[in-house]
Design a binder for this molecule. Structure first.
Ligand SMILES: Cc1cc2nc3c(=O)[nH]c(=O)nc-3n(C[C@H](O)[C@H](O)[C@H](O)COP(=O)(O)OP(=O)(O)OC[C@H]3O[C@@H](n4cnc5c(N)ncnc54)[C@H](O)[C@@H]3O)c2cc1C
Length: 348
């Protein structure tokens, strides 16, 4: 079994970071990703200093991250009267040794993908391959049933199966067949990006409004030197009556901004025009704020869950992507330690 690969279900942030980590410590692995094409989906996410530290240890540099985002300088809460409620510095300005980065989620995802292919070769990521189920074997190995996009199937045996297949995880569904369905907390978010002049420090996260209706926005690119405009990631959020549950199916529905802009029509100050910010977006995505109940274990023999497959979380803490990175590094460190590798295991 020593040469058999680790099988990774899912090529999101968690799965790709796991693959980069295992490659770093010399463990062969293959990522099976159900989508046929890697596309830069999603808008902004924040990578917290603890996750950036791990990315640096993986050889992803500040220059790399500056191409997909920028270091965040401030976190602030502003009331509907336009006055500051609270603000604090972030990243190195807050005393951390590592910056916090606000990045374009899709471009960051592609950066991880390209790094893996560059280091481990194109065969390290198999697109259009869905992990449907698994079987644990008496010799400690695990076999995964793979469904290919062309309709064929295959069985692959490996030393480990990592279920990094997101909130709708097939690996988790098999491990915990009695898990309750996803539930909706009553909030709906619309997310988009608009090229606009960054405010405050030029790299500030601003939360504006109340817990029932709010806007969050922050730049995810350095300003264009010609125009001074940055790509601003914004999230418009409204809490609704959820007695009927969420009616749409899915996590990411593309919508026109006229479908929700009316909730924010009066949100105009001399320093910010929310209706204009929303109106000038190319497109917007509607996400219900969904969650799963915790499960008692993330492990079944040689099978382990990580990232959203293990512990989906509301995005209000700006931590889902960072936590998936930490999960991948802890898993790599534990694996490296049992196999006598140094690499990422040296600190953990
Ligand atoms: C499109 C998108 C946009 C997001 N935007 C934000 C955001 O703005 N802010 C924020 O905080 N968080 C956001 N998130 C969530 C955040 O990115 C996640 O918390 C974090 O990336 C967790 O990563 P993950 O790898 O565990 O899961 P995911 O990012 O969900 O990746 C799972 C991957 O597995 C693949 N997959 C699914 N099932 C299978 C299967 N059976 N076999 C093989 N492959 C499979 C999926 O196609 C996907 O590529 C977003 C997630 C997505 C998918």
């Amino acid at each position: 079994m020593s040469d058999s690969p680790a099988i990774i279900a899912g090529g999101g942030i968690g799965g790709l970071t796991t693959a980069l980590t295992l490659h770093q410590i010399g463990v062969p692995c293959v990522v099976f990703e159900s989508v046929r094409d890697m596309r830069p989906l999603g808008v902004g996410i924040n990578l917290q200093p603890n996750a950036v530290r791990e990315l640096f240890d993986l050889g992803i540099t500040e220059d790399d991250l500056d191409r997909v985002g920028l270091p965040a300088k401030e976190w602030s809460l502003v009331g509907l009267n336009g006055n500051d409620i609270y603000s604090e510095p972030r990243g190195r300005l807050a005393g951390y040794q590592w910056p916090q980065y606000a990045v374009h989620r899709g471009q960051f995802h592609l950066l991880l993908h390209d790094k893996l292919v560059e280091r481990a070769g194109p065969q390290s990521v198999r697109l259009g391959h869905r992990v449907a189920r698994y079987r644990t074997n008496s010799d400690g190995s695990v076999s995964a049933c793979i469904e290919r996009a062309n309709g064929t199937t295959a069985e692959i045996t490996g030393r480990l199966l990592i279920g990094a297949d997101g909130i709708h995880s097939a690996v988790r569904a098999q491990m915990h067949p009695a898990q309750p369905p996803i539930h909706w907390g009553g909030a709906v978010m619309w997310r988009g990006t608009t090229w606009a002049k960054p405010i405050r420090t030029g790299a500030s996260f601003v939360g504006l409004g109340t817990h029932r209706q709010r806007m969050v926005f922050y730049p995810i690119s350095h300003p264009d030197p010609r125009t001074g405009l940055s790509m601003i990631n914004w999230i418009a959020e409204v809490t609704m009556d959820n007695s009927e549950g969420w009616k749409q199916n899915g996590w990411f529905r593309q919508v026109g901004t006229q479908e929700f802009a009316h909730h924010f029509k009066d949100w105009v100050w001399d320093w910010l025009d929310v209706p204009a910010l929303i109106r000038q977006a190319d497109t917007a995505f509607e996400n219900p704020m969904i969650d799963r109940d915790p499960v008692p274990t993330w492990r079944d023999g040689a099978v382990a869950l990580l990232g959203d497959a293990a512990h989906a979380m509301y995005p209000t803490g700006s931590n889902g992507g960072s936590q998936a990175i930490i999960d991948a590094r802890v898993l790599g460190a534990r694996h490296g330690r049992t196999r006598g590798h140094a690499g990422c295991a040296r600190r953990l």
